[in-house]
Design a protein around this ligand. Structure first.
Ligand code: ZNH
Length: 141
């Protein structure tokens, strides 16, 4: 579980992300697709060229959902219930993809917000993204 200080640090950095969700999300997805090519198989209908509109739009959706979730860290199951259904029943994304994506998101945050992304902030993001991933993969069977 996250301490009060960790929660505050998540919300603070989420606020900085929100104006740049598409660009930062696109960068995280590009890193995911490049370092873990299996992840591309979930997006056969997308243009996966670097910087494509599909990647920007989807990156924006993913990071905005994460920013929203950061406001509900004590209640992630409920806050992410619809997304959890989508990922488990419709998309069936292998859970291994979530770990790599979390790592890519942290890398992007470290590169763009070096002052804010302290070791303490990284620990908080790591816990938080693991919790989000756990909820999004919880309805698999
Ligand atoms: Zn996911 C979708 C989020 C992970 C794949 N996603 C999605 C969306 C969102 C998300 C928000 C949209 C929905 C609607 O529209 O309604 N994701 C998310 C998050 C995460 C994720 C937050 C983590 C953290 N995903 C993921 C992964 C993968 C995925 C890992 C693989 C690799 N998703 C996906 C897909 C989709 C989604 C495929 C669908 C797309 C379209 O559009 O088609």
């Amino acid at each position: 579980t996250l301490t009060a200080a960790e929660k505050a640090s998540l919300v603070a950095l989420s606020g900085k992300i929100s104006g740049h969700a598409e660009a930062l999300g696109a960068e995280a997805l590009e890193r995911l697709f490049f370092s873990f090519p299996q992840s591309k198989t979930y997006f056969p209908h997308f243009d996966l060229t670097k910087g494509s509109d599909d990647i920007k739009r989807h990156g924006g959706k993913v990071l905005s959902a994460i920013g929203e979730a950061a406001k509900h860290v004590d209640n992630l199951e409920q806050a992410l219930s619809k997304l959890s259904d989508l990922h488990a029943y419709n998309l069936r994304v292998d859970p291994g993809n979530f770990k790599v994506l979390a790592h890519c998101i942290e890398t992007v945050l470290a590169a763009h917000f070096p002052a804010e992304f302290t070791p303490e902030a990284q620990a908080a993001w790591d816990k938080f993204l693991a919790a989000v991933s756990a909820v999004l993969t919880s309805k698999y069977r």
